[in-house]
Ligand binder design. Structure first.
Ligand SMILES: [Zn+2]
Length: 188
């Protein structure tokens, strides 16, 4: 079964946060970026837009978190916890947070999400790096745990992003996949 189908079955074709049936799509809960069943919530376009742009956050829309926080799905718990934390200046949101019971790993994930919020990998010039970009390494970098060095000028094509916004990964010279520090790269 495809990821989308699995998620649609899990959420019963309703937004896992607000219950809307409009334009549902998988959303990877930060700092995860991969669309997998275990990384995603299935949510509507209204929820997605408000999560991606804090300026669009409508406090009343998020009253739905009072229900979604009781979901059995870990990613729904994570995103509910994150959003309630952002809304904690509202007394109802703070009350909900106080009532919410989450497993330790859910809490850790949510805290990472809050920390990484808005933090994106940036190259030496401060340009945001995105999945699939090609970058040039700007100085000789030792490869941890080996005596190899990634030479200055090495091109890494089609980078991936991981949980840590300071790092990007990719293959240099068609070799093994490696992590490099984003600020030691320049976007091509
Ligand atoms: Zn929604």
């Amino acid at each position: 079964m495809s990821i989308a189908k699995t998620l649609l079955t899990r959420c019963d074709s309703k937004c896992e946060l607000c219950g809307s049936t409009n334009s549902l799509a998988p959303f990877a809960v930060p700092p995860k970026t991969d669309i997998t069943v275990d990384n995603c919530v299935m949510i509507c376009d209204t929820c997605t837009a408000q999560i991606e742009d804090a300026d669009k956050m409508d406090v009343n829309h998020w009253r739905c978190l009072n229900d979604s926080m009781w979901s059995q799905v870990p990613t729904v718990q994570v995103i509910s916890y994150v959003l309630l934390s952002k809304l904690a200046s509202e007394s109802w949101a703070q009350d909900a947070l106080d009532m919410m019971y989450v497993e330790e790993d859910v809490k850790e994930w949510a805290e990472k999400a809050l920390l990484s919020d808005g933090e994106k990998p940036r190259d030496v010039n401060g340009v945001e790096l995105k999945k699939g970009d090609d970058v040039t390494v700007i100085k000789d970098l030792p490869v941890k745990g080996t005596n190899q060095v990634i030479k200055q000028g090495t091109v890494i094509r089609g980078i991936s992003l991981g949980d840590d916004p300071r790092l990007v990964s990719g293959k240099a010279n068609g070799g093994q996949s490696m992590y490099v520090i984003a600020e030691f790269c320049r976007k091509k």
